[in-house]
Design a protein around this ligand. Structure first.
Ligand SMILES: *Cc1c(COP(=O)(O)O)cnc(C)c1O
Length: 223
């Protein structure tokens, strides 16, 4: 089932776009099934869950942290995480830098932007991002590398609204690239799109899509 689902999703994601299989809440056996079908990039949103899965699954998996990251949990994932998608404050970036330094690593990060209408979703606005990127502190963070932006669209049936929100994130990316990352080839990622809206995200310039339920089935939070 997971293999079939993966094949269906892969057929709709161009090969130059990174497909992140979002495996949060799913058992290790499900991830192994996706791995056996060739998937190597997984997304999780709880630090301890990600660490535990990392410990038992093959070492060539790339682990993407896609959720809100608490400062005191960074240490669990800092030794191995490939990309942290949801940086939404300077203090979090500083804390990631500190844990990365302890591990002699440079950790790739994305800045999360608030593009949805809902109040509850985390993320920066342009002014806050500028404040981070122009701060003295940021200049001294040698163990993090910001390589793009991430966002989540509003949970709605309104495809036009979703498309506008993704367009907005693409504009934010272009503006940051022009003003802060010109000539920096590693600043290139736009992480947007989930099971229900990733085709729109791809049309609007996503370089990474985060697909969970369409691969692994609906999540059951009660188990
Ligand atoms: C859960 C989650 C996803 C995947 O959601 P699906 O709708 O199951 O594809 C993507 N991005 C983030 C940040 C998530 O928390």
């Amino acid at each position: 089932m997971i293999k079939e689902n993966l094949d269906i999703v892969r057929a709709t994601v161009p090969s130059n776009i990174t497909l992140i299989a979002v495996s949060k809440t799913k058992p290790v056996s499900d991830l192994q099934e996706a791995y056996d079908a060739g998937q190597r990039i997984f997304g999780e949103n709880k630090a301890l869950e990600m660490r535990d899965k990392h410990q038992v699954l093959p070492a060539d998996i790339q682990w993407h942290f896609i959720g809100h990251l608490q400062t005191n949990k960074i240490k669990y994932i800092a030794p191995f995480v490939t990309l942290i998608h949801a940086i939404d404050s300077l203090s979090l970036l500083e804390a990631v830098n500190k844990e990365a330094a302890k591990n002699n690593r440079v950790i790739d990060c994305l800045l999360q932007f608030h593009i949805a209408q809902e109040e509850t979703k985390f993320g920066l606005d342009m002014e806050e991002a500028k404040a981070i990127l122009e701060s003295e502190s940021y200049k001294n963070l040698n163990n993090i590398n910001i390589c793009g932006v991430m966002g989540m669209a509003t949970f709605t049936e309104n495809a036009a609204q979703i498309r506008n929100e993704f367009k907005n994130l693409k504009n934010i990316f272009d503006t940051l690239k022009e003003n802060y990352f010109k000539g920096n080839d590693s600043f290139k990622e736009i992480s947007m799109g989930m099971s229900d809206d990733y085709p729109i995200a791809i049309e609007e310039g996503a370089t990474m899509v985060r697909v969970g339920s369409k691969i692994f089935g609906a999540r059951n939070y009660n188990i």
